[in-house]
Structures are given as structure tokens and as C-alpha cells.
Write a protein that binds this ligand. Structure first.
Ligand code: FAD
Length: 338
């Protein structure tokens, strides 16, 4: 059966900090958004590259970590109910009669009047464990992301890694896996302290195992893993999920048909529209004279983009500038937070 086509006003490619704030600016103008990200969570570089590091140059926040900034942005956009399509690559951009269609590598199709490319440094791609024969197992019994939790039900699962993805998925999949072992090269973890504490609780309760050691080889045949070889001994498993971090490559954005300048998308500074009408680029992915790759620059770009997006989405409505402090209709929307 073919998948239903999602309908929205604005399709946002990326769910980094700039994309999240764009949802807010669009929401103020009664514009709905759906977001696609390769990652399995929002926050882009903030959550993937520096979740615990302090950021000091977000206006009015003396200091905030990458993870906290993402949590605050998610709380700020809650009244606008954005839909997220995580763990999917936006692969294709096509013109439709009324706007644009984006298709992902998971077969999700989203139609909208406007597209906002907020793809930052490009698509994050998984770093693979440096094992000679791993390619023969990929997509069969070795995976680098969780597309559907159900695929891991009843499995003897080995999760490798020590960051947020490894620990969050270990905690999430432990109830449905037949058995679950987390393997990490040392008994110290980069993940959020509350996730580490939860993992240790589950290990103490005997509902999952923790193995310390380097993953040096995998055993199995015809793409089916049977055991992982660690420097400290073998662990039997039928599925391996490896979270060894991510690197950034431009990825499919280069094939969308927008004019490019190297790996960046040139835009005008009035509304950050690209060479394709109705397609905007904001945040680290865009280029204009004087561009600074800062979160606050992306926030400014999101605000101006939204004003032009309004003209595409609501051509029949008169655009009116309003402050959130003095507009009762905006306040009503924002107070629907809980
Ligand atoms: P990103 O955060 O890069 O998010 C883009 C998202 O798009 C990613 O999640 C990616 O997976 C997704 N994506 C890309 N292509 C596709 C596709 N085809 N399909 C689906 N999803 C896709 N900035 C500051 O202002 N202050 C600081 O102190 C600061 N410190 C930093 C420290 C470090 C170590 C680093 C690396 C950066 C720092 N930055 C800082 C820069 C800041 O993180 C970026 O400016 C910001 O993340 C840009 O946000 P963005 O939303 O444009 O892109």
C-alpha cells in the first residue's frame, strides 16, 4: 500500500536550532510546518556535536548548553504543533502545481507551498566501526540508526557506543528486545547524566548488560551477525546497532536544483529566498556577503523568511506586523502551550 502524502504549509529540511526557531516565527503568522531530519532528535549540531558545552552568545541567556537550548526551543514551538519526520534524509525536491514536494529516503512524501532548507553543514552520516567485513552485514543485521523500533522487537541486540544515541536507544529498546547488551570501550559515557544513571539502574536490575571493551570483529555468515568480538571476549547477538558518532557531508541538497556557491546556498538578505521562488535557505547552509555562521544570525534569517513565506501561504490575507507583547491574538496562541 502506498504511503499517504502529508500536506503542510511549509516543509523544513533540517531540525537544527534555526529550523526550530523558524517553526516559531512561521507559527506566529498562522503557518504550519513539518520538519525532516536525518538525526533521530531535534537540535542539529547543538545536540549532536556539543550537547554539554556552554554557549555564551544567545541573546539574554548568559549561558546555555546545546541540549538546553534545544529543549527551550522545543518548548517555545510547542503551541504550533510541528510534525517531525526523524531518521530520514530529504532526498528529492520537485515542483508541484501549488508549491513543492519533498520525498525522503524512507518514502515519506510531503507537499507544501514553501520549502525552507535549514540543513546546516549538510547531512550527518554515521561513522562506522572500523571492521573489515562490516559492509556485508549492513542493512541486514548491522544498523546505524533506528528507523522503526518494531524492527528490533525480540532481537538479541548489541548496542555499541557511549553517547546520547547509544544510551537513549538502549533504554528505549530494552523492553522490546529479547536481550540487550550495551558495549563501550570504557566505563565512562558522554551521554546525558540522567541517561547514564537510568542505564546503570537497568544493568543493576539485570534487565540489560553492560560490556566494556573494544569491538574488534564480528562473526556470522550471509550478512547475519552471530557474535561480536570484543577485546574482552565475545558477545552473542543477532543484531548490532552501532552509534560511533556522525560526520557532516552536504548530501542530497546539492541535487535539489537550487543555485549553489560551493557547499552553500546563495540567498538575498531581504528574505533569504534562494534561486527557486518559494524555496528559502536559512542558518549555516546559506551564503550572503557578511554571513556569520552563528545561531543568532539564523534566528534573524528565520524571522525575515517567515514574512515572505506568509505571502506564498496566505496570498489572500493582508500581512500585518505585530509585536507578541501587544497582540492579544498572538498571546492567545502562545498561551496554549500546555
Ligand atoms: P545544524 O545545526 O547543522 O542543523 C542542520 C540539520 O539538518 C542537521 O540536524 C542535519 O542532520 C539536517 N540535515 C541536513 N541535510 C539534511 C537532509 N538532506 N535531510 C534531512 N536532514 C538534513 N554557534 C553560536 O552561535 N554560538 C556558539 O557558541 C557556537 N558554538 C559551536 C561549537 C561547536 C563545537 C560547533 C560545531 C558549532 C558551534 N556553533 C555555535 C555553530 C552553531 O552550532 C551553528 O551555527 C548552528 O548549529 C546552525 O544551525 P542550523 O539549524 O543552521 O544547522
Amino acid at each position: 500500500m502506498s504511503k499517504p502524502i502529508h500536506q503542510t504549509d511549509v516543509i523544513i529540511i533540517g531540525a537544527g536550532p534555526v529550523a526550530l526557531f523558524a517553526v516559531f516565527e512561521l507559527g506566529l503568522l498562522d503557518i504550519k510546518a513539518q520538519l525532516i531530519d536525518i538525526l533521530d532528535r531535534p537540535g542539529g549540531q547543538c545536540t549532536e556535536l556539543y550537547p554539554e558545552k556552554p554557549i555564551y552568545d544567545i541573546p539574554a541567556l548568559t549561558v546555555v548548553t546545546g541540549r538546553q537550548l534545544t529543549e527551550q526551543l522545543m518548548a517555545q514551538i510547542k503551541p504550533f504543533h510541528p510534525a517531525f519526520h526523524f531518521s530520514q534524509v530529504a532526498l528529492k525536491l520537485d515542483k508541484t502545481e501549488n508549491g513543492w514536494r519533498v520525498t525522503t529516503d524512507a518514502g515519506t512524501i510531503i507537499d507544501g507551498k514553501v520549502v525552507v532548507i535549514a540543513a546546516g553543514g549538510g547531512s550527518f552520516t554515521p561513522k562506522k566501526p572500523p571492521l573489515q567485513n562490516i559492509a556485508a552485514y549492513e542493512g541486514k543485521s548491522v544498523f546505524y540508526a533506528v528507523r522503526q523500533k518494531e524492527n528490533f522487537r525480540g532481537k538479541n541486540l548489541l548496542i555499541a557506543g557511549g553517547g546520547d544515541s547509544a544510551l537513549d536507544w538502549a533504554i528505549e529498546l530494552q523492553p522490546i528486545a529479547k536481550s540487550l547488551t550495551l558495549v563501550h570501550r570504557r566505563d565512562e559515557f558522554r551521554a546525558a547524566p540522567h541517561s547514564v544513571a537510568k542505564m546503570r539502574e537497568l544493568v543493576a536490575a539485570g534487565t540489560m548488560k553492560l560490556a566494556i571493551g573494544n569491538l574488534t570483529d564480528i562473526k556470522g555468515k550471509d550478512g547475519q551477525i552471530e557474535a561480536a568480538v570484543l577485546s574482552t571476549g565475545d558477545v552473542t547477538c543477532d543484531t548490532l546497532l552501532a552509534f560511533y558518532g556522525l560526520t557532516m557531508k552536504l548530501g542530497p541538497v546539492a541535487t535539489f536544483g537550487v543555485e549553489m556557491k560551493g557547499n552553500l546556498i546563495p540567498v538575498n538578505t531581504e528574505n533569504f529566498e534562494t534561486s527557486l521562488p518559494g524555496v528559502f535557505a536559512i542558518g549555516d547552509i546559506n551564503w550572503y556577503p557578511g554571513k556569520l555562521k552563528l545561531i543568532l544570525s539564523g534566528f534573524h534569517e528565520a524571522a525575515l523568511m517567515a514574512q515572505k513565506a506568509f505571502r506564498y501561504v496566505h496570498p489572500d490575507r493582508k500581512w500585518r506586523f505585530e509585536y507578541t507583547t501587544s497582540s492579544s491574538s498572538l498571546q492567545e496562541k502562545l498561551e496554549a502551550r500546555e
